[in-house]
Design a protein around this ligand. Structure first.
Ligand code: RP5
Length: 152
C-alpha cells in the first residue's frame, strides 16, 4: 500500500488471505515518497517467490501502475478513498491503465480489498487444489449464511 494510512482498508485483504490460509506480506511502498523502495520491491517480487501483488493506493494509479510495469506478476489494484474525491480519482486512474500494462482493478475501499484477497486466492488456487477447496468452502459458507427471509 502507498501509505500506512491505507492499512484500515487494506487489512481487509490481509484478513481474507489469512482466512483462506494464504501466506502474504503487508508492506508500505509509496511510489512518490519511496520510489527506490517501489523499484526494489517490484523488480525483486518474482524472484522472492511472490505470486500476486495487491496494490492499494489513494489519489492516483502510480503505485499499482508502476509496480505492474516492473513485474509480470498479476497486479490487483485497490482504490482507497484518501482524498476529497473519495477514491474516484484512484479508481478512474487505476482502471484506465493504458493497454499493455494491466492492473486488475477492484472496487473502492473495503469491498475492493476483500475482493482483491479473494481474487488473489482464486488465482493461486488454479495451481493449488487444497486452496481451491478452501475458496469453494468459503463460497458455500457465504451462501449458507443468506436467510430465506429477512425475519430469520
Ligand atoms: C497515497 O496517498 C496513499 O496510497 C494514500 O492513500 C494517500 C495519502 O497518503 P498519506 O498522506 O496518508 O500518507 O499515496
Amino acid at each position: 500500500m502507498g501509505s500506512k494510512s491505507d492499512w484500515p482498508v487494506m487489512q481487509h485483504a490481509a484478513e481474507m488471505l489469512e482466512r483462506l490460509g494464504v501466506a502474504y506480506e503487508a508492506r508500505v511502498v509509496s511510489a512518490h515518497r519511496t520510489p527506490k523502495r517501489l523499484y526494489d520491491y517490484a523488480t525483486s517480487a518474482q524472484a522472492r517467490g511472490l505470486k500476486v501483488i495487491i496494490a492499494g493506493a489513494g489519489g492516483a494509479a502510480h503505485l499499482p501502475g508502476m509496480a505492474a510495469s516492473m513485474t509480470i506478476l498479476p497486479v490487483l489494484g485497490v482504490p482507497v478513498a484518501a482524498t476529497a474525491l473519495q477514491g474516484q480519482d484512484a479508481l478512474l486512474s487505476i482502471v484506465q491503465m493504458p493497454g499493455g500494462i494491466p492492473v486488475g482493478t477492484l472496487a473502492i475501499g473495503k469491498p475492493g480489498a476483500i475482493n482483491a484477497g479473494l481474487l488473489a486466492a482464486s488465482i493461486l488456487a488454479l495451481s493449488d487444489p487444497e486452496l481451491s477447496a478452501r475458496v469453494a468452502a468459503l463460497r458455500a459458507e457465504q451462501t449458507a449464511g443468506v436467510p430465506e427471509s429477512p425475519l430469520e
